[in-house]
Design a protein around this ligand. Structure first.
Ligand SMILES: CC(C)(COP(=O)(O)OP(=O)(O)OC[C@H]1O[C@@H](n2cnc3c(N)ncnc32)[C@H](O)[C@@H]1OP(=O)(O)O)[C@@H](O)C(=O)NCCC(=O)NCCS
Length: 164
């Protein structure tokens, strides 16, 4: 499973971030690194972390996924967090992201989680439109510095389960 998720993650990153990130940075992403990341995530899978996948019927193929679990954000008062959500470009705007997101909210709700966060790049206009569509509100900002000079402005979106 880790290799299938890694493939969707890597391919969608290459498709999605051309306007949001420098080409050289996108080119540095590797499927191998993604596989390591998802092997670790699946290896540490517990009742509080989960991975949802969206699959086509014909041919059977994973075209999207959402990974979530407890909030890692110590600064904000949130219980849950969407760690990653990716839908392959040819399958976007068909409500696959909405299906993944809505199912994640149902899982959080069953676990008595009331607030959920998600970090998004400030210039990732598609994901921001998606989070706004799902009544996300943004409060604050952080800057991740990569290497010596790449600054990634990230926005913390927050969702109240009662409202989504
Ligand atoms: C963000 C993402 C998961 C959304 O998935 P999706 O399946 O395309 O989303 P949906 O079809 O469920 O969209 C629901 C609504 O959100 C809004 N929306 C989604 N993508 C949008 C876009 N690119 N531009 C404008 N609005 C958008 C629309 O209101 C849309 O409803 P509509 O199509 O009826 O107008 C997908 O675009 C993606 O994988 N992006 C690249 C990776 C990424 O940025 N992930 C998030 C950060 S980790």
């Amino acid at each position: 499973m880790a290799d299938l998720i890694a493939r969707v993650h890597w391919q969608t990153s290459q498709e999605a971030y051309t306007d949001a990130l420098p080409v050289s940075y996108i080119a540095s992403f590797s499927e191998k690194d993604r596989k390591k990341l998802w092997s670790e995530f699946l290896g540490s899978h517990g009742p509080d972390k989960f991975l949802l996948v969206a699959e086509t019927d014909v041919p059977p193929k994973i075209v999207g996924f959402l990974a979530a679990g407890p909030s890692r954000d110590v600064e904000r008062n949130q219980d849950g967090e969407i760690y990653a959500m990716y839908v392959r470009a040819p399958y976007q705007r068909r409500r696959i992201g909405t299906m993944l997101f809505s199912e994640a909210m149902r899982i959080f709700q069953r676990g008595d989680i009331r607030t959920v966060g998600a970090w998004v790049l400030e210039n990732n206009s598609g994901a921001i439109a998606f989070y706004k569509h799902h009544r996300g509100i943004v409060a604050g900002k952080k800057v991740d510095v990569v290497g010596s000079d790449l600054r990634l402005n990230q926005l913390p979106y927050s969702f109240l389960i009662a409202l989504v």
